[in-house]
Write a protein that binds this ligand. Sequence first.
Ligand code: ADP
Length: 480
Amino acid sequence: MNRNYIAGEWVASAAGAANINPSNTNDVVGDFARASVGEAEAAIAAAYDAFPAWSRSGIQQRHDILKKIGDEIIARKDELGHLLSREEGKTLPEGIGEVTRAGQIFQFFAGETLRLAGDKLASVRPNVDVEITREPIGVVGLITPWNFPIAIPAWKIAPALAYGNCVVFKPAELVPGSAHALAEIIARAGVPAGVFNLVMGKGSVVGEALLKSPKIAAISFTGSVATGRKVAQACIESNPMKKMQLEMGGKNPMVVLDDADMKVAVECAVNGAFFSTGQRCTASSRLIVTDGIHDRFVDAVTERLKGLVVDDALKAGTHIGPVVDQSQLDQDLSYVRLGREEGAKLAFGGELLNRATPGFYLSPALFTDVDNGMRIAREEIFGPVATVTRVKSYDEALSAANDTPFGLSAGICTTSLKYASHFKRNSEAGMVMVNLPTAGVDYHVPFGGRKGSSYGPREQGRYAEEFYTTVKTAYSFDGA
Ligand code: ADP
C-alpha cells in the first residue's frame, strides 16, 4: 500500500508512514506512502500531459467512468465504511453513511457531465452571434482534510473529472487508507493514464509542490483557516495565478428559542455538536438559547449526553468514536481548560476516558454560562465541545449567532414561522437550517460559507461547475 498512483501506474514511494487506528493505537491500519517533491512533480507532469486529450473526451465516456466509480463505492460501502471508521474514528454507521454519500456524489456528477449547458445570444451588433460556453480549466490540485476521508475527496474529484479536468489529489496524512481505496476504484474505472493521480504525503512537501507548480491551474482546498491563508497566498504568488476554492473552519450557531419543540432542539444540538466526535466544520458548536427554555434545555441535553456511549468506533452501540489523534485531543483538552479559565461552567464531560483498547477517548463537553466573546465561543475547537450562551430575546440570539468570524452554517429551533423566516433571511451563513442540525447536508445542492469560512465558488451540486470550468465568450459574424 506504500505507493502512489501516478501516470496510470501504482508507483512505490521512497518513504512511508504508519496509519494508526484512533480507537486502538496498537492497531496499524497499514503503511502508506509519503511522497517526495519529485513524486508530486511527476504526478503533476502526468496530469498536464493528459489534459489536452481528456479535455476533449466525450461526455458519454466521462459519464460512464463516473457512474462506474459511484456504483462500486456504493456496492462496497460496508467494507469501505469499516476502513474509514477504523482510520478516522467516526462510528461505523457514520463511516458507511459517508461512503454512501461519496458514491452518490460520483453518480450525481455522472449525470452532470450530460447537462453542462451554455448560452447563445444575439450580439448588439447586427449579424453577429455570441456563444457562451464552459471549458475545463486544466490540472486541478485537490488538498483535503482528515475529517471526511472519502466524501470531501469525492466532492472535489467527481466534478473535476466530470467537467474535463485532470486531477492531482493530495489527501490528509491521517487518512491515507480511504484515499488509496478510492484511487484504486478510480484507476479501475477506465480513467486514461495521467488524468487522475494520487500523491500521499505531507502538506509541507506534496501540498506545497502543488501550490508552486505553474502546471496546476487551480487548487481546491479544505482544511484549517491558517493553511487556507497560506494556500491563498501561494495561489496569488504563482505565475500564472491559480484559481482557488477554500473551505475552512466554522463556529456554527444553533439558536434555540422558547417556543422550540424540546425533543427536536435536543436532537439537533446533540447530533450537530457531538456526532462524528464534533469533528465537522459544520458542527453546532455554539448553542444560543433564550431565557425561558435555557435551564430545561441544558438539563435535557445533559441527560441525553449521559446516555451516549463513547467507545471504539467499530463497536456496535457506540454513539461517539474517539478523537482522531493525540494532537487533536491535546487541542480539545486545552480548550476545555481555557473554558474554565475564562469563567464558563463545565456542565458535562470534557474528561479523558479509558476503554478496552488504548485510544483518544473524550467525553462530550458542554459548557454553560458562556459569553459569546470568550475564546471558546469564537475559535474553532474541532472536537466534541459545545458552548451554551444564554440570551434574552430572538434579536439578541440573532446578533450573537452572526457575531463570529465564521459563516458556514447556522441553525434555529423554533415553531414560529416568523422567527424561522427572519432567521433564514438574516443569518450571515452560507447554509441555514430550521429545526435541523447545522451539520448533515444533501449531496446535490451547494455547500459553502461566508466570511472566514470559505473563499471562492461553492462546492457540490450544479454550482460546482463555477469552479471546475472557465467561461468562454465566442463571437461570430456570418458575413452577411
Ligand atoms: P486539518 O489538519 O485541521 O485538517 P490542515 O489545514 O492542517 O487542517 O490540513 C488540511 C490539508 O492541507 C491536509 O491535506 C494537509 O496536509 C494540507 N496542508 C497542510 N499544510 C499545507 C501547506 N503548507 N501547503 C499545502 N497543503 C498543506
